[in-house]
Design a protein around this ligand. Sequence first.
Ligand code: PGA
Length: 252
Amino acid sequence: MRTKFVAGNWKMNKNAAETHDLLSMLVGGLDAIHTVERVVCPPFTSLMAAAEMLNGTGIGLGAQNMHWEEKGAFTGEVAPGMVKELCGYIILGHSERRAYFGETDETVNKKLLAAQKAWLTPIVCVGETLAQYEAGETAQVVASQTRLGLQGVSSEFAPRIVVAYEPVWAIGTGKASSAENAQSVHSGIIRPILTDMFGAETAQSIRVLYGGSVTAANAVDFFSQPDIDGALVGGASLKADEFLSIARVAAQ
Ligand code: PGA
């Protein structure tokens, strides 16, 4: 049995004071849901405030991006070791980073290998664009993003990886994928690639999340699918009651 996993991707929202306010409403309720792995991912400048509030709770903290180098002349970047000072988790290869900031499968892979070295739990995002979906290219795109993004990972680290299938057309649009479609991508595309790369036992232990317009209302459909092990939640993670409801559904 894979432990369900619910992560909030706050994107570029919530400064330190707002982070404090949102977490004040979230921490007690979220901390009580022991059977689900719960993580929040605020912007870099809010991580310190969040780390203080999450200290001593069972709630994990993640960053939304990092560089793969350990230090050096990379203006504006943050190193894995710096993330590790505050966080246990790191989102890698989110489609917004791929679309707006030039991330490729190659840079995602470099970051993943850096996460392995720093022993950060990565949430690796894959997913097809609307054009690719309409052209029937979902399987090809998701398979190659998964394979290229995850290559070279050690067998010790592989079970720690969390994969998030986020069809780009479903992110922030209010038009979530159907649960059946997500299940078929998870079981028919992602899990077989993981099996091929790491063997059946490891592939069965890797959590594969769905992301894209997840709400408290549709979470139950997703979480009742056998290969959907949780959710990466954007917009709905900015509302305490909504995110708490999603985490509670995951615990059912
Ligand atoms: P959304 O975002 O829930 O707002 O669609 C999901 C994500 O980008 O991770």
